[in-house]
Write a protein that binds this ligand. Structure first.
Ligand code: AMP
Length: 550
């Protein structure tokens, strides 16, 4: 017997309609790409999203079309989130830190029709456009006053001019809640980037989870600042959860340094925020150097990489900010776990509590976790038995875009992370099976770097490993074996790699070795290299090939 309740679809457009009706004058503050602060309300957002939906429809966007964005966290990007998905099309948020060729690959693979982009990325889009003949329209997300005098892009359109030609009457269509809403590629595995295709249903359920008291705990009294990019897993779902709960939303645009973030938080009364550890390190260093403390910020959700215990302590003791350590992936929408201690942990001393908070936390309701051995057998929840972390739930990927299977095992998604789970369900990441490096929250493919390096005629072998770095969490180090009779030094090798990979991918150090440790099956034993060189980037004089957030 079925229940007799209304079968209303969970659609993202309902968030916008709700915010327009319930929180019409709640503010959204956005740092424009050229620097000014822009402010408006949920009422304005809803009106302009409808205008944009009309404008994109006039450009040929239809149900299922893919519309790409290359944009910072700002109000126009937010409008695109709702205009595209709300119309039944798919918002493909692209990571502008990708190398032009990788970007061209994902734009072509997604079969994007229209690209909306911020002026910062004009040179990148101009470089990519000739490789993407399928794109029909390029829209610069700015007004006429900031349009370039000339561009290599034929028929470049101006976002504000497009909107000005459209009325704001538009009825959001109703469709199946399983319809695709957005697409985000991840390079956190080997091979080409893979697309994770979220649905309206998965995103809505994820928004409810994000809102719960031990995750972001969002309320109408909150002012939330997502530092995590809107091009990375939908800014962890905050652009949806904020209108759901009527929070004031503060979008930081391109300014992600500690000083700018602090200034914005203070000026706008931000109460909670979300981002990767590198961002919080920058903010902590700035506040400490200036003797400052946030006056309204009370909690911050941190994930994407492990949050160091010392930083969790600093935020609590020096700045009165509670750090909530979360784990997740592009494939998990991303919320998987949250690390708020249980009631029984109140008796622990401060240091024990920080240690607990530095683990990756317990599964949020809706997500199931287990760790398995190499044969797929579930391991005990004893906090000691480490195995591959498996996950399942209604906002976890089932297969990648265009049918690339993520090889679910018995209906569980293998994360590529190695973890333990204890009797309370607290999960701790201990290692990673996937051969990638995470720098400042962004992936670097060790395999792509190795392939680029080995193309040098003087090299016989190359292995790239991720090495602990005090600022970026991990940075790449290249271990290279020269061919007999050939000479090459670090500078020449880095210069050779320079044109082939993004600058922030360049290894922080090249170590020339006589041979690389090989396993029985002929594979390079990277674990040995990682152990041997674990601390080489942790000295005082460490510099990096990245100077700003990568
Ligand atoms: P992404 O798909 O880019 O969001 O990356 C997901 C991966 O980042 C996970 O599989 C982990 O390897 C890593 N990750 C995410 N959150 C954490 C965390 N809190 N601690 C350690 N690693 C994390």
């Amino acid at each position: 017997m079925f229940g007799l309740m209304m079968d209303r679809p969970l659609l993202l457009s309902s968030l916008l309609e709700h915010a327009e009706q319930q929180y019409s004058d709640v503010e959204i503050v956005s740092r424009e790409t050229h620097g000014d602060l822009f402010r408006y309300t949920y009422r304005d957002l809803a009106r302009r999203a409808r205008q944009l939906a009309n404008a994109l429809a006039a450009l040929g966007m239809a149900s299922g079309s893919r519309v790409a964005t290359l944009a910072w966290n700002n109000h126009r990007h937010l409008e695109a989130y709702f205009a595209v998905s709300g119309s039944g099309a798919v918002l493909h948020t692209c990571n502008p830190r990708l190398h032009a060729e990788q970007l061209a690959y994902i734009l072509n693979h997604a079969e994007d029709d229209i690209v909306l982009f911020d002026s910062t990325f004009l040179p990148l889009v101009e470089a990519v456009a000739p490789m993407c003949p399928g794109i029909r329209a390029f829209v610069l997300m700015t007004d006429e006053a900031h349009m370039p005098a000339q561009s290599k892009l034929q028929g470049l359109l101006c976002y504000e001019t497009l909107l000005a030609t459209q009325g704001d009457a538009f009825t959001w269509p109703e469709f199946d809640e399983r319809t695709a809403s957005s697409l985000c590629f991840t390079s956190g595995t080997t091979g080409n980037p893979k697309g994770v295709l979220y649905s309206h249903r998965s995103t809505m359920l994820h928004s409810f989870a994000l809102t719960m008291p031990d995750t972001l705990s969002l309320s109408v009294r909150d002012c939330v600042l997502p530092v995590v990019p809107m091009f990375h897993v939908n800014a962890w779902g905050i652009p949806y959860a904020a209108p759901m709960n009527g929070c004031k939303l503060v979008l930081p645009g391109p300014r992600l340094d500690g000083a700018s973030l602090f200034e914005l938080m203070e000026a706008e009364g931000v109460t909670c925020s979300a981002g990767v550890p590198t961002i919080w390190l920058g903010l902590a260093q700035f506040m400490e150097s200036q003797g400052l403390k946030p006056s309204t910020m009370r909690r911050s959700v941190v994930g994407g990489s492990a949050m160091p215990q010392s930083l969790i302590r600093d935020f609590a003791e020096k700045f009165d900010v509670e750090v909530r350590h979360c784990w997740g992936m592009t494939e998990t929408s991303p919320l998987g776990t949250q690390g708020v201690p249980l009631a029984k942990h109140a008796a622990l001393d401060a240091e024990q509590q920080y240690a607990l908070r530095s683990k990756q936390g317990r599964a949020v309701f809706g997500v199931q976790l287990k760790v398995v051995d190499i044969d797929g057998n579930a391991l005990p929840r004893d906090g000691k038995s480490a195995g591959e972390l498996m996950v399942r739930g209604p906002w976890i990927v089932s297969e990648y875009f265009k049918g690339e299977k993520p090889a679910l095992r018995d209906g569980w998604f293998p994360t590529g992370d190695i973890a333990t789970i204890d009797a309370d369900g607290t999960m701790q990441i201990t290692d990673r099976v996937k051969d990638v490096i995470k720098s400042g929250g962004e992936w670097i493919s060790s395999i792509d770097l190795e392939n680029a390096a080995i193309a040098h005629p003087a090299l016989a072998m190359a292995a790239v490993i991720g090495v602990k770095h005090p600022k970026w969490d991990e940075r790449p180090v290249l271990c290279a074996v020269k061919k007999p009779g050939h000479e090459i030094d670090e500078a020449a090798l880095l210069e050779f790699l320079g044109g082939k990979v993004a600058k922030w991918w360049l290894p922080d150090q090249v170590i020339f070795v006589d041979s690389l440790p090989m396993g029985a099956t002929g594979k390079i034993q990277k674990m040995d290299l990682r152990q041997k060189y674990a601390d080489i980037l942790c000295g005082d004089a460490v510099t990096s090939n990245v100077s700003t957030s990568p």
